[in-house]
Design a protein around this ligand. Sequence first.
Ligand code: ADP
Ligand code: ADP
Ligand code: MG
Length: 671
Amino acid sequence: MFEKILIANRGEIACRVAATARRMGVRTVAVYSDADAHAKHVLACDEAVHVGGSAPRDSYLQWQRIIDAARATGAQAIHPGYGFLSENEDFAQACQDAGLVFIGPPASAINAMGLKAESKRLMEGAGVPLVPGYHGADQDLALLRQQADRIGYPVLIKASAGGGGKGMRAVERGEDFDAALASCKREAINSFGDDAVLVEKYVQRPRHIEIQVFADTHGHCVYLFERDCSVQRRHQKVLEEAPAPGLTPALRRQMGEAAVAAARAVGYVGAGTVEFIVEQPGGYEHPEQMKFYFMEMNTRLQVEHPVTEAITGQDLVEWQLRVAAGQPLPLTQDELLIDGHAIEARICAENPDKDFLPATGTLHVYRKPPHAAFEFGAVRFDDGVREGDAISPFYDSMIAKLIVWGETRQEALAKLDAALAATHIVGLQTNVQFLRHVLASDSFAQARLDTALIPRERAQLFQQDRLGRDMAVAAAVAQTVLAERAAETSDPFSRTDGFRSHGVASRRVDLEYRGESVVAKLRYLSDGLQLQVDDAEPKPLSLTALPDGRIDLRYGGARELVQVYALGEVEHVFGTRGAVQITELDTLSRADEGAGEGGRLTAPMPGKVVSIAVKAGDKVSKGQPLAVMEAMKMEHTIAAPQDGVVDEVLYAPGDQVTEGAELLRLGLLSK
Ligand code: ADP
Ligand code: ADP
Ligand code: MG
């Protein structure tokens, strides 16, 4: 086994690899950028080397510096994690040339699976089923169009070099093909520097089911079953589970064997994932009719690998280290078994209600579910941040992964919901409550899975508040009352807002709840508190502070255990049923600058300008796309807030912009 390895990554995956290395007695070297100088992953390792500026291209993608760091610290091998250099065959080769072990497949296998079109040609030869389509090298436009007509609409155009859900266009009708092809090629050349595409049948209501494979240098190759990653937004995974609900043992074996054949066809070594798109012609009720087709192979450890660990009881990073050190696989196919059910939720800094716009900011409050440990167990929480850390615009928006295990899917689902309810993050937008809404949706609860689940269930997922206005108001008022009581107890002469000592029996609190103003009237009666919300009937309010900081709140016949965090004038209320923010208007400073109004169009987040669809002088109508920005692996369209005429365009494609930067100026149309 190695004595020391370098981890060429950051965030949760760097911490994850370091944890296993430590358990195995392998010393670790971290690398870090300027922005990550004090990051959790740096402290998780025994040594750390600074490799450059905050942008990935200046640090985590600087592979010569990373190789130099490995040599300087005496590391024998490099673990690339996922993303960054993990699927870079030149890096894998450079490691080998430098006498270092790349903990991953041989460069030739990365190369063979690197381009979707070429890998499909290879898979065809290995007898792995493919989505009907065209993946030839000839990129003649007329030929591509003719192939699309032959396949039959709808079709999907994919950038061969694409990844991360980017570079794909679904085309419904033949007349839209040319425009979609042009825009796909444009995105592909900008994002991946290669505009080759393939065209395939667009599978309706498909499931994404992938197989974890593992191969060693002694000719063994096994599959560690499947993960269902059908719940996606923007072609990116949101929830992943193992095993795939409804998959028959026969199909599991067929898919597993196909994945092993795929790995063997490219001389694979180490951990890999073969992704399949699965058609359900018989609907959810007839899983035995499912048909699977090869989509791509990811030649690295996958973000969602913990669900496989949870159902097999194996540590995949340990397997990676063993295989890279030349040892045989720890288990044979027959020794691998599925135990129970596991689900992973990706907790991201984003606003689901704003089309999943990534968010940045400081984790002022960052509370994990109790009993969650960075290890195997019923509730596992993998992260690379601590309270007080910032989610910066330089890297992706994933904050943490929450993984739960249960005897059954139903048990795992209930545990995940409870763990999410106990995950309290204040300081930036997250998808935590959205994830709970997905879990509660009929489709997810009943395992009616396919990649259209989120759009299909949207009415239950977005703009939801499961706590309700009255509970939110009650929680905000309770927090204020408790804060005052605490102040009075500690110093009876300090009168924060001492209404009772002034003989005042009631008070008014002005609040803002989901954009609407609410008036709360609190009365102190001899037998307790009474709360009136707007003009509704006043009702008794009972509140008890619990030792763990929560408040047992009873109002209007309902009971809720809430935890309230005040940040500025905003009260962040977390209950068992949901979470909501409510603002106290009396302390709100009204220095509103009116950003975004008056024709200024500003960047909603820091990032890169991808394209500008208009030029000065253009007339635009409300809702018309004006520009596309990219940040944290996602693209966002900036649309006209009203009819108008473009006065000035202030940035060009490729420019980096800061949050709030004015992108273009819009004037009103003169009548
Ligand atoms: P998966 O199928 O495992 O989700 P993705 O292609 O979405 O694979 O990427 C895996 C992970 O790699 C992401 O979640 C992200 O953390 C990281 N990653 C990928 N591309 C980038 C990038 N350009 N910058 C930073 N991180 C990236
Ligand atoms: P990436 O490299 O971006 O991960 P994939 O080829 O793995 O690209 O596809 C990403 C997602 O797009 C899949 O998980 C699936 O939801 C969807 N998808 C891919 N191919 C098809 C298809 N032929 N029909 C329908 N959906 C597809
Ligand atoms: Mg994929």
